[in-house]
Each structure stands twice: as structure tokens, then as C-alpha cells.
Design a protein. Sequence first.
Length: 114
Amino acid sequence: MVFLFVLIFSFLLSGIILFVGGLISKKMEEEKEKGSVYECGFESSKSARVPFSLQFFLIGVIFLIFDVEIVLMMPVPLVFWLSSGEVFLLFFFVILLLVGLFFEWWNGALEWRV
């Protein structure tokens, strides 16, 4: 019962803090002009649009997925009393991620193209 009270209280307190912070940090209309791009009339020497590498993004997403997988699996050796169902779910999770990795490798998504 105490846990439920603390949980509800923490959610309410977080919501109130976020609401008050949003009210305090509201920008006025005149401040929006300050954030606009400065234009002085000169032509820029470079393009304002920076090209974005899709391969780099894909490799980064794959890295994050496997990094989160390793972080989630780190406490597994500390818990020796896993039931057979939990071990099955752990192996299923690892096999599913490996199948996804091999699928991306087979499709050539991991090859760096210039």
C-alpha cells in the first residue's frame, strides 16, 4: 500500500514539476525572432544543407540495438536461479537478434558504400 502511495505521489510530483517548468520557460513572441537564421545578404560559400550519411545512421542504430542487448544481458550471470522458461526466452531473444543481424548482413546493409 505504501509503494502504491509513493508511486502515485512521485508521478503527480513529476507532472506538477513538468507543468510548472513549461509555464516558466514559455518563450514570448519577440524571442522567436532571435532564434532565426542571420541573413546578411552575402551568398554563402558552402551549402547550408549538410549531407547525411544513411549508412552511418544504419550502423549507429545497429550498434545501439546490440549495445542495449548487452546491457540487458549483463545481470543474467548474477541470477543463477533462472527457470527453464526464462532461459528459453533469453536464448530466443539472442537468436532473434542474431537472425536480424545475419539478415542485414545478407542484404548488404552493413557494407560501407561511398
